[in-house]
Design a protein around this ligand. Structure first.
Ligand code: EPZ
Length: 417
């Protein structure tokens, strides 16, 4: 299995371009199942998860063509097999996003339950409940969701909690339903808005995306479209945190600070000078960061996907901070690995008390999930000596060309088998 070897201590300096958003590209690729035309996407990140999604669509009979420079074209008119098999779903839980579109466009779907993952049980009961409210007949048998619906009917749905992919699945299903659907308690994440904008380009009639109440008026059909995927705000935040922790000075292009208000505010509180420009963000780190407490919550609050990366910052900041994780029940697995690098962290249920230390010392650590891996990369960039991060396949799911981008910023990092 691939490892990442990092010789720490160098500040990140320079300019790097941000890739398209993984968590927008994955639902938008599934939106291609809805239309009777070609969906031509640009700014699609080259990531393992995107490759997995393209393979998943391909085995359904969908024509998926990878162009150059991050373009992908999806044509579902050749679909023959509305099934998402366990072998593929177990490697990428976002496969559940095929359920709503398959049901809405093809009247049936057989999608493996994703099962749990390292950060939590992550059930999909809200996806199922919402589709049943729209008239789908759904059975869960032998680990699969078996769904049928001649034509979905508009309904008013109130999700029990804010769910990003739940909102996305139901919004996609509602675009072809008979009548109006209202999704209350909807997720407000920018990736939900990006999906809604793509669906609208395909002819869907959606209002309220970005608020907690989304209204979809169903139409008979959706046509093909061209659509550029939004920038990846989590990749953006990750590089900002890496520059902050290494006392660096960077410029991130092809991105926007508007997507990351809560993270930018916390980085400023930690002492970073951040300048937001059209399509770019510049960060200059202080000599020593100040400890800052964060509490994760649905957008627009501090994103859970940035929690691990920010913990790495607090590990080397002046003072002590509390990091509270309110979304997932087991999203502190990076903490024990950071402690191996010399961090002072005490976990108490979903709170982590982080007391800053002057520096970290390189060691061999193990990645456990996508954002935990990013946290270990940041810590490795700061630590004195060499850090070896094992199982970095997690990292490749969500960060495009990470060692190339980090090297460009002056980091001493290389991949080894
Ligand atoms: C999306 O996951 C993201 N993934 C996650 O990013 C992100 O961490 C998460 O939203 C929260 O922002 C994609 O968009 C592909 P949820 P999702 O449904 O939709 C519970 C990354 O690192 N819940 O918003 O699966 C659930 O257990 C990944 O890029 C139910 O109980 O998350 C969790 O506690 C990790 N039943 C909470 O809601 C349901 O039916 C929020 O989960 C659905 C969710």
């Amino acid at each position: 299995m691939d490892k990442l070897l990092i010789a720490g201590g160098a500040p990140l300096v320079g300019e790097v371009a941000i890739s398209g958003a993984k968590n927008a590209a994955l639902p938008i690729l599934c939106a291609g199942l809805l239309c009777d035309g070609a969906l031509a996407l640009s700014n699609v990140p080259r990531l393992n998860d995107v490759a997995t999604m393209l393979r998943l669509l391909g085995q359904m009979g969908v024509t998926a063509a990878n162009g150059d420079g991050g373009t992908v074209t999806i044509d579902a008119r050749t679909l023959t097999n509305p099934v998402a098999p366990y072998e593929m779903v177990k490697t990428m839980r976002a496969s559940i996003l095929a359920l709503g579109p398959l049901l809405a466009r093809h009247g049936e779907a057989r999608v493996s339950l994703p099962g749990g993952c390292a950060i939590g049980a992550r059930p999909v009961d809200q996806h199922i409940k919402g589709l049943q409210a729209m008239g789908a007949e759904i059975r869960v048998e032998n680990g699969y969701v078996l769904a049928q619906a001649r034509r979905l009917k508009g309904a008013r749905i109130v999700t029990d909690m804010v769910t990003v992919t739940g909102t996305e699945n139901l919004m996609m299903a509602a675009t072809l339903a008979d009548g109006e659907t209202v999704i209350e308690n909807a997720a407000r994440e920018p990736e939900v808005v990006d999906l809604a904008d793509c669906l609208s380009a395909m002819g869907a009639r959606i209002s309220g995306a970005g608020s907690d109440r989304i209204v979809v008026r169903g139409v008979e059909r959706l046509h093909g479209a061209e659509y550029p995927v939004m920038p990846d705000r989590v990749e953006t935040g990750t590089y900002l945190c890496a520059a902050a922790a290494t006392r660096g000075e960077i410029l991130l292009t092809q991105t926007s600070a508007a997507l990351l208000d809560a993270v930018v505010e916390k980085l400023r509180e930690a002492g970073c000078a951040i300048e937001c420009r059209p399509g770019a963000i510049a960060l200059k780190a202080p000599k020593r960061l100040k400890s800052v407490s964060v509490r994760t919550a649905p957008y627009p609050a501090f994103p859970t996907d940035m929690q691990a990366q920010f913990m790495a910052i607090d590990c080397v900041a002046e003072g002590a901070a509390v990091i509270r994780e309110t979304i997932f029940e087991n999203r502190f697995m990076h903490a024990v690995e950071l402690i191996r690098l010399g961090a002072d962290i005490r976990i108490d249920a979903n709170n982590a008390v982080v007391t800053g230390v002057p520096t970290l010392d390189g060691a061999t650590v193990m990645a456990t999930d996508l954002r935990a891996s990013a946290s270990l990369v940041i810590a490795g960039l700061v630590a004195q000596g060499e850090t070896v991060i094992e199982r970095i396949y997690h990292l490749d799911r969500g960060y495009e060309r990470i060692e190339e981008k980090l090297t460009r910023l002056g980091a001493n990092v290389r991949r080894a088998r």
